[in-house]
Write a new protein. Structure first.
Length: 347
């Protein structure tokens, strides 16, 4: 264990206190199109040139670019006394809109939606409930009604979730051999990125995305190509109100963390009843350590569940207990080493 002499605690506290500044710099550069412009230009550009082409102030852009250099999101070189900026490999891959692994949309969702809720984090801790009403002036009784309060917000959320699965989806789907399951339902499958990864990894399977009618409509129009015949759609109301169709495997990716234990038990009981004998359920969630000491990302996600939903992040043991209460057995846990982990239960 580090001694007091080994750790510069004041420095750590200062770094923590300025953490939101770091993320806001990255969000702002994405929103203004800095990384896209530098990718399209094919050559380094001066801050004046970037400011002129993006319609910003020269002084503001220069400071933003310098901060991005400090964050290793941009590189700078001096040529004849002029500072010229270019993307780093990280920003080309993850921060430009055109990249297959782009995280632009989730950045915008965090910047424009999550940040506003987190402004009321102290209220959420005091009250133990989500903060959509304070943040947006709309009822938070239905969390997805709040998240999908406009088509623009719904598209932003769905695009953001798709961007996450573009870099994490294969890890969780390959955590266990799912090839024996041919008929798969992706409950709350949204824009279909996880479904696409699934049929790519398991070519003999078909995946049906079960989601709200308006979500299905956007997914068909924007995200899933008509020629992708192994992905189908099922329109339905919330899982708690509707019956769940029969299938061999159900994928619940980032679903249970939205709800309290009672709602999770209700949903898993419905899934168990619908599941074919020998079938199963795959939970995709970010798992807390059993002693709740980390990972830090999961602890922060759990705070986000507090301000946005009724749920929380859980340990593997807590998810196992919920599955067992619904009737599932042969429960297996796989930590992927990435943001999301996998839990498989069998009927």
């Amino acid at each position: 264990m580090d001694s007091m002499e080994d750790v510069d605690y004041p420095e750590i506290i200062l770094q923590y206190s300025s953490g939101f500044l770091v993320s806001k710099v990255m969000f702002t550069a994405c929103e203004l199109g800095v990384f896209d412009l530098l990718l399209e230009s094919g050559e380094p550009l001066s801050s004046d040139a970037i400011a002129a082409r993006l319609g910003t102030s020269a002084t503001g852009m220069e400071r933003l670019l310098d901060a991005c250099v400090g964050l290793k999101l941009l590189a700078v070189e001096l040529t004849q006394g002029r500072a010229l900026y270019r993307n780093t490999e990280i920003s080309n891959i993850y921060l430009t809109k055109s990249s297959p692994k782009s995280q632009y949309h989730i950045m915008m969702y965090y910047s424009n939606t999550v940040y506003l809720c987190w402004h009321y984090l102290a209220d959420a801790v005091r009250e133990g409930k989500k903060q959509y009403e304070r943040a947006f002036g709309i009822s938070s009784e239905d969390p997805f009604g709040a998240m999908y309060r406009s088509e623009e917000e719904m598209l932003k959320f769905m695009s953001g979730q798709n961007s996450i699965w573009s870099i994490c989806g294969r890890d969780v789907l390959a955590a266990f051999d799912l090839s024996p399951f041919r008929q798969i339902y992706d409950l709350g499958g949204g824009g279909g990125a996880l479904a696409r990864e699934c049929v790519s990894l398991y070519p003999d399977s078909t995946v049906t995305i079960y989601d709200l009618p308006k979500v299905v409509q956007v997914a068909k129009e924007r995200f899933v190509r008509p020629e992708e015949h192994r992905i189908a759609f099922h329109e339905g109301k919330y899982f708690f109100n509707n019956s769940i169709p029969e299938a061999e495997l159900y994928i619940l990716s980032k679903i249970l963390h939205d709800w309290d234990d009672d709602k999770c038990r209700q949903l898993l009981a419905k899934v168990y009843k619908a599941c074919k004998p020998g079938g199963g359920v795959l939970l995709v969630e970010s798992l807390l350590n059993e002693d709740r000491s980390g990972p830090l990302e999961t602890q922060l996600y759990s705070m986000n569940m507090l301000v946005q939903t009724e749920g929380k992040e859980r340990t593997a043991a807590e998810y196992s207990k919920l599955l067992e209460a619904a009737g599932f057995g042969e429960i297996q846990i796989k930590r992927t080493g990435k943001l999301y982990d996998a839990v498989l239960g069998r009927k």
